[in-house]
Structures are given as C-alpha cells and as structure tokens.
Design a protein around this ligand. Structure first.
Ligand code: ADP
Ligand code: ZN
Ligand code: ZN
Length: 767
C-alpha cells in the first residue's frame, strides 16, 4: 500500500502530497503521523498521512522510485478523516497551504513536538505503548480503560502545588493578611495568588516560612471548580416558540441551519442554553462560539453555571499548558461542551450535535491570519458533514447571513421583545454640527454631559462608547459630516500625505482634496480622530468624583484584566465605563441606564463597502447595553451625520428596511453577497518593486481570466490605504469574484506565492 503524506514544513513548493510505500508490517491509518526520509540526504521529517491507496495502480518503474515510511508515530490517528476534509476545504477556499489548515485542528506546535502519552484512564499511571498490541490499545481506548494525554513536552504528573492555610497566630502585614485570607478561601497556587492580589512572591514566602501556610500537591483532576449557579429561566412565549421551532425543524430533518434575529436583551443565551441541553440529551456535544474576549467571561459563567458537566474553554489567551489540557479533554470525549472564540470551531469534539455562533455579525469571527477563514463557513461545512445543527444569533445579523436566510439557506427565527418585557431604550440623536455652532467644542454634547451628571447623582451606571476602529486617513466635512467618496465604488477615499491626493482603494481613482465640501459647500474640511485614553482624561476632569474605568485593547492586554473590569462593573464598583467595541458586545449589566455614543459616524468613513453595515450594527449593539434591568435606559448618540440612512435606521431599530436598502447598494456595485471580494496585497522595501510585481500579477490574472472566459471583475492596482508598514511599501488590488470562479482564482494566484503575495477572501479590513 501507498501512503500519501503532507510534509511538516510550510513551504509552498511542498504544498502537495508525497507518496511513500507502507512497509508490510506497519499498519498506517489516515490521520496518523509518520516519519519519512525526505530530500537529497534522506534526512527524516515528520509527516501526516492524508490518504492511502493501493500499489496496483502503479507500474513497476514508478513503484521502484518510491521510498518507504520509516516509522509510524501514532497508533491512533491524531486527526480524523472528517477534519482532514475540512482542512482540504479551507486550503481550497482561502489562500493557504493544506498543512497550515491541518494545524488549525491541532494544538499549537510543530507536528513533531506534539507528544502523546498513553495512560491508564482511572489511575492516570503512564503506560508503555510497546507493552501492548495495537489492537489491545485501540480496544482499551474505546472501552475507556486507556486514554491519551497530549502535551508539547513530556508531561510528568498531572498535579499542581496549591497552598493551604494551617494556623495563624502571628501579626501579619496587610499583604500577608490578604494572601492568607485568599489562601484560606480556596485552592490556589502561589502564582495564582500573586496574580489575583497583584503582589510579589515575598509575602507568600514569608507565610510559608512562618509555618502559617503549607504547600500541598493535589491532582489537577480533583480541583474543585467554584461556580455561580446560573438558574434556568422559564422561557417566555416567544423564546419557547423559537426553541421548540428550531428543535422540531432540526429533528424532523427539515433544516439544520438557523439564524436567530433577537433584539438585545431578548434572552438569546437562555434559548441557546436550553437547546444545548436538548442536544446533550441526544448524546451529542456542543460548540458555542463567542466573540474573542468581549463576551467570554459572561457566556462562560452562564454555561458553567448551568451545566453539571465540565466545560472546555478555548480562547487566545490560554497558556500553552491550558491549551493542551483543554484539547486533551475534548479529544478524549471527556467534555461535551466547548465554549470559545473562533478557533474553538476546530475542537476535536466527538459526536458533534450543535454549533452556536453568538453575535454572529462580529468581525472577530474572520481570521486575519493565514489561513484567513470565516468561522461561519467552517461551521456550516462541519454541520453538514456531521448532520449537526448550526445556530447563528445576533441582534444585528450580518447582511451576508440575513441574505442567506432570505434565500432559504438558513431558517430565520426572531425574538422581538426583551426578556424582562422592558422596552428597548430610545436613542436620542445629537447633531454635533449644532453643538459646534453653539460654541461647544468639547467631545461631550450638552445633553450627554447632563445625562451623565444626572446618572451619577442617581447612583446609576453609564457607558461611553468610542469606536476606535476609526481610521485617520479620511477627510470629512465638519458641517455636513460627509466624507469624500469614489463615484464608482461608493467607498470613502483615503488621503495619502505623500502624494497629497485622495485615493480610492478599490479602483485606484485619485483626486485632489477639494477646497469646499462637494455636498454642502462648507470649507471646514479636515480629518479627525480621538482615542479612548483622551476620552478618559476628559471624563475624569469633568466628573472628578466618579469611579471611572476604561476597557479597550490597552487596558485589557494583561491576563485577567478584562475579567477584572467586567467583574467590578458587574459588582457596581464602576460609575462610568469608557470603551471601544469591547463594551458593545452582549454585556449584560443591570444597572446601566445610560449609554453615550461619541462619534457614531466614525465607522462610516472607513474605506470599506461594509462601513454602513458596521455602523448600523455597532449603534444597535451599544445601545442595547442600556436599560437591561428594571429601570428604563437612555442612549445618546452624537453624530455629524444625523441624516445618514445607517444612523437613521439604527435609531429606529429598523433592520428590515436597512437590510433592503443596503442590499440594493450591494447589488448595484456587485459587493458581497453578490460576489466575493478578494484582496491581493504585496509588500516590498522598494515601492517600485512592490508596484511592479503587483501589476505583473494583476496583468497575468486578467490574461488568464480572459482565456478562460471568466466573468469576475478585476480592479486596478494602487497603494494600500496604509501604504507603508515597518518600512515596507504596500500595494493592492481588488477582485469582485463570482462564487463559482473564486476557487480557480485562488489557485491561479498561488502560482505567485514566491512574491510574498497576501491574498484575503472577503476580509474584514481592506487596508
Ligand atoms: P441577549 O443575549 O439576547 O442580548 P441575554 O441572553 O443576555 O440577552 O438576556 C438578557 C437578560 O434576560 C439576562 O439577564 C437573562 O438572564 C434574562 N432572561 C433571559 N430569559 C429570561 C426569561 N425567560 N425570563 C426572565 N429573564 C430572562
Ligand atoms: Zn459638507
Ligand atoms: Zn473607486
């Protein structure tokens, strides 16, 4: 027999399968790792088997050229056939190599580094694979007698050293006392105490030296997870209809893909929880995806607090060790519920029954690293593959998803009432041009300032939102709010200082900056930008008595810092929370009765056809944070463009009409969902080389498309909106690709990989 393998090297020339003879005494399976001789010196490399075929198809000559596999690494495949199928799909639909796609399913390490150790499932005692026959091992794993444990290094024991309080008859410093009390309250390691209390190791060491605290080694398995129970809510009529409808559609085989369009606060999570409960009863497992970081603590708490079963948590800030632990538990079938950010879609769960994507419109579901996949595509593929259910949920569905619901690919369900039957907060619009006219140059309009002041007086919480996805390269009119747009592409043009001109990054058209606004004739044309840090400073000055916190990328870069802010907000220890998108997503704080949106139109100016969609969505999402408890909420939205349709529809919460209007534009300009946008970028230290190489790729692609009578539209190369990063010049062009031609275009572009092309299909950033 012959094994077809992928070599563990991410080099484009090796991005194909190589064939090896399987020695007669070796039982190789698809998905197992092997060691093979490779290259001229026959040095050995790790490889993964992707296919096995018979030697019969080969003639003697070809056969004699093949080398033999040297060693079989995995008795049990490391990756399943289904997962390999998905990897194949990813490699074809994104600009990536298959080995890169396969690695999405494995813990982060090179193929050779992933160690697996056979242990006795009950005692955890390590076993030697060579002591047992292959059949016996496979049988025992199936019976639950043996199991594999995964790690990057040789795992020793699965224990950890916790601290226990023994006695106390000493005078302690404040830090020592805090540490002592925390140690008494639970099972913590030294490291954990240090992080939690933000102290050095010395107070703890002193406690140990004084004999007040001892180190005790416990088995990690026996760690007691403390959790706050999240009680089941009796579903209201609307929720019950949705739950029953979805489950019966699914069970009867009518549909397996659903879009739940439920307003903010309508209790989507409760519906998820109860549907997951049903799926678990069917003996299947669940993957629940939430936007990166933002929602994780809240959703994790809810799932942990609801189910008896252990839950695996996957997000980008896990340590390597945690990652392997979670992965091991999932692969083992030990956990049946996985909650995590987008990469959790690759969890090796057994008997997948449901994939939920909460806040499905969120941009963090699109990977901006190669492989640049869209999570919903993978989820959809996986759901079909295993007959699982896919459930997307959002208060502001993406245009793509809603369109799919319209054409029947997904079944649409709706929740139109808040779970507590409180009305949605009204959004009050403040025209910032008026404020300016009245002499107010502050970032706070008078109404917003007054509202915050009043909220402080009443002891209520406020949130102030500023979208930092702002981008300073646009020019807009301070009087009417319009930015300068390209007539052909309907996107904001970008100002390039070097050239002193505005450029459209879709089609390459350029323009001088006009002296006067082409819409209203005002001469107040300039760029603007302000950061959350500045907002915090100003807010502290205006409200010196308030307890203020900021949540953005800077303040949450440390482990747990995000959780800490969330917790103090939840505990009512913060009066005003200032933040970016992070505070917009799904958070459920009962005492927030005011939300201020500072520059609502900032997103509108992004040089992207999705800028209106994002604006609508972010406004609805942020507004939805207000009035979630028993007191009605207010939302004050500041904008220079109160008349813009994205702002107006979002103020009314009229998604249906917004969708219709937006879809018309998408159709007219041939944007998704009527095409796939492919962004082709190149970078080089020399500006001239970057542009020359890219033009070459562009011209060859056009030739190829002409020859093959392809109908996708290829636009002209131009410098990227961010035209220089780390001293390298960036150029790009855009393809509006037909769905049916996408795969071929990607395949063609792969020929130019040596030129450091960067190709993204439907990226969230075209910059
Ligand atoms: P969404 O995700 O739709 O914005 P949540 O799932 O956060 O909304 O629910 C909003 C609030 O309503 C939560 O505090 C939740 O506990 C509560 N809730 C959900 N369902 C019910 C119900 N049937 N009865 C009472 N409260 C509910
Ligand atoms: Zn104007
Ligand atoms: Zn254009």
């Amino acid at each position: 027999m012959i094994a077809h393998v992928l070599i563990n090297r991410n080099i484009d020339e090796l991005n194909r399968e190589f064939s090896y003879i399987i020695p007669s005494n070796m039982e190789v399976e698809v998905g197992s790792r092997v060691i093979v001789p490779f290259g001229r010196g026959d040095s050995t490399v790790f490889a993964i088997v992707t296919d096995i075929s018979s030697t019969d198809d080969l003639n003697e000559e070809d056969r004699s050229k093949l080398k033999e596999i040297k060693e079989l690494v995995d008795i049990e495949p490391l990756i399943g056939v289904e997962e390999l199928e998905i990897a194949d799909y990813i490699a074809k639909s994104t600009f990536s190599n298959k080995i890169e796609a396969i690695k999405l399913f494995l813990p982060p390490a090179s193929l050779g580094q992933i160690k697996r150790i056979l242990v006795d499932a009950n005692s955890g005692v390590r076993l030697n694979e060579n002591d047992y026959s292959r059949e016996y091992i496979k049988e025992s794993i199936k019976d639950g007698k043996f199991k594999y444990i995964y790690s990057t290094s040789e795992p020793k024991t699965f224990t950890k050293d916790i601290l226990v309080a023994v006695n106390r008859d000493d005078i302690l410093t404040k830090k020592q006392l805090d540490a002592y009390n925390l140690i008494k309250s639970g099972q913590f390691t030294k490291k954990e105490i240090m992080i939690k209390l933000n102290i050095s190791n010395s107070p703890i060491d002193t406690l140990i030296k004084k004999g007040l605290v001892e180190i005790k080694t416990i088995k990690v398995d026996h760690e007691i997870q403390k959790k706050d129970i999240y009680n089941k809510h009796e579903l209201n009529t609307e929720q019950k209809k949705v739950k029953d409808g979805i489950l019966s559609d699914y069970k009867s085989g009518k549909n397996n893909k659903f879009l739940l369009n439920g307003i903010t606060g309508s209790g989507k999570t409760e519906v998820y929880l109860q549907i997951v409960e049903e799926i678990l009863k069917m003996g299947k497992s669940a993957i629940i995806l939430v936007p990166e970081i933002g929602l994780t603590p809240q959703t994790v708490q809810r799932f942990k607090g609801r189910f008896e079963e252990e839950i695996a948590i996957i997000h980008s800030r896990l340590t390597m060790k945690e990652r392997y632990n979670e992965w091991t538990k999932i692969k083992d079938g030990e956990v049946k519920i996985v909650v995590g950010a987008r990469s959790a879609i690759f969890s090796p769960v057994k008997d997948l029954g449901i994939i939920i994507i909460d806040e499905e419109h969120d941009n963090s579901y699109v990977s901006s690293k190669t492989p640049k996949y869209r999570t919903v595509d993978i989820a959809s593929f996986r759901a079909d593959q295993t007959d699982a259910m896919m459930l997307l949920g959002s208060a502001t569905p993406s245009i793509d998803s809603y369109y799919k619901a319209e054409i029947g690919e997904y079944k649409l369900y709706e929740l139109k009432e808040r779970a507590n039957m409180m009305p949605l907060p009204k959004i009050e619009v403040v025209d910032m041009a008026n404020e300016l006219k009245n002499g107010n140059t502050s970032i706070f309009s008078l109404p917003l300032y007054e509202a915050i002041r009043k909220n402080l007086e009443d002891g209520k919480q406020s949130m102030i939102f500023l979208n930092r996805r702002g981008f300073s390269g646009f020019i807009s009119c301070r009087t009417c709010g319009e930015s300068i747009k390209c007539e052909d592409c309907d996107v904001s043009m970008t100002y390039h200082r070097q050239e002193g001109r505005l450029i459209c990054h879709y089609c390459g058209r350029t323009k001088m900056i006009p002296q006067k606004c082409p819409i209203c004739g005002s001469t107040k044309i300039k760029d603007f930008g302000i950061g959350t840090e500045q907002v915090e400073l100003i807010t502290r000055k205006l409200f010196p008595m308030a307890r203020i916190a900021r949540m953005d990328r800077d303040t949450t870069s440390k482990r747990n810092s995000h959780y800490k802010i969330w917790k103090s907000m939840n505990d009512g220890d913060i009066d005003i929370l200032i933040g970016t998108q992070m505070i917009a997503k799904g958070l459920d704080f009962k005492d927030v009765t005011l939300v201020g949106i500072l520059a609502a139109d900032m997103t509108l100016k992004l040089p992207d056809f999705r800028s209106t969609e994002w604006t609508y969505s972010i406004i609805r999402q942020v507004a939805g944070r207000s009035g979630r408890g028993n007191d009605a909420g207010r939302v004050i939205l500041q904008t220079y463009q109160p008349q813009h349709y994205a702002i107006q529809f979002s103020v009314d919460g009229n998604y249906e009409d917004f969708f219709k209007r937006e879809l018309r534009i998408r159709r007219e300009f041939i944007y998704p969902p009527f095409s796939k946008m492919i962004l082709v970028q190149i970078k080089n230290k020399e500006n001239i080389v970057a542009s020359r190489d890219l033009i070459e790729v562009h011209d060859k692609l056009q030739e190829y498309m002409l020859e093959n009578k392809m109908k996708s539209i290829v636009l002209y190369p131009n410098p990227s909106p961010i035209s220089k990063i780390k001293n390298e010049f960036r150029w790009q062009f855009v393809i509006k690709a037909l769905d049916s031609e996408c795969e071929n275009i990607i395949l063609f572009l792969k020929r130019f990989e040596s030129k450091e092309l960067n190709v993204s299909v439907d990226p969230i950033s075209m910059m």
